[in-house]
Write a protein that binds this ligand. Structure first.
Ligand code: GLP
Length: 265
């Protein structure tokens, strides 16, 4: 199933994505949830925090995994994705510290072995049930830049010039690192369900390539086409270049009533 939900606004998309994650946690209290950083999922995280406050949505058994991290930032840098996850989500929820599995940007010599350990950790924990994803303007997933093997695993990756330029705008003046560590496309595809969010007109072209374009390592996000269970939540602008919109709307109206999802993930 590749389900494409098109919402009027990003706020509506974040709310509906939030209710999908919340419903899944209620069905599976020990959910293994993969997190993504970036601007896009912030609204979804805010919704989860609100649901925790207002409906006591319980995160005490939820286990969290992160998708990617920078290598080589100052240890106290605010740009670490680890900081982002704490700020937008973790610090506001009842997450057990032992359930937090966030990638770190290890020192040069430890990278290969820490990537292998991370893969092993995910496997030992039983795999990721639901992986939240954004999409880079160049089609990257996590930091799997164009040219990444569709079967790649967690590894160190060189950031592209365009990614560094985009990140530079939100990096508080600190230089953007050359390298990052990311789950591979093969790793991501092993998650049982992918929840990919994209909002805004600047994502329209890449969303169309990922969903309707040919499968290609040059558009790493097109690898979602190989996955049996994908939910995309797009606002009208991000869905703007999709040719099959009418079908997607029909399809999603079958599984949603208001903010309630009728989906077995
Ligand atoms: C970043 C992250 C990705 C994220 C993407 C889009 O570089 N590594 O995980 O999905 O770029 O970011 P944004 O949501 O800010 O557009």
């Amino acid at each position: 199933m590749m389900l494409v939900l098109i919402t009027e606004t990003s706020e509506e998309g974040s709310r509906k994505a939030g209710s999908l994650v919340a419903q899944t946690i209620m069905q599976t209290p020990a959910l293994r949830l993969g997190l993504a950083a970036g601007n896009t999922p912030i609204g979804l995280y805010r919704n989860l925090v609100d649901l925790h406050r207002t409906t006591h949505l319980d995160f005490s058994r939820v286990r969290l995994f992160s998708l990617d991290e920078f290598i080589g930032l100052r240890s106290d840098s605010p740009n670490h994705y680890r900081v982002f996850y704490h700020q937008h989500l973790i610090d506001h929820l009842n997450i057990e510290p032992a359930h937090l599995h966030l990638l770190s940007g290890p020192a040069e010599q430890g990278i290969a072995s820490s990537c292998v350990s991370y893969e092993r950790l995910i496997q030992n924990q039983g795999g990721i049930d639901l992986q939240i994803l954004g999409i880079g303007r160049n089609g990257h997933l996590g930091f799997n830049e164009p040219g990444s093997s569709l079967n790649s695993r967690t590894r160190r990756i060189l950031l592209s010039a365009s990614t560094k330029q985009n990140l530079g705008r939100v990096f508080y003046g600190e230089p953007v690192p050359e390298w990052a560590v990311t789950m591979g496309l093969g790793t991501i595809r092993e998650a049982r369900t992918l929840l990919l969010l994209a909002f805004g007109a600047h994502k329209a072209e890449v969303v169309a390539k990922a969903v309707e374009g040919p499968l290609s390592a040059f558009t790493p996000a097109s690898s979602i086409q190989l996955h049996p269970s994908v939910v995309l939540v797009l606002d009208r602008e991000a869905a703007g270049s999709l040719t099959n919109q009418e079908y997607y709307r029909q399809q999603s109206s079958q599984v949603m009533k208001g903010d309630q999802w009728f989906l077995e993930l």
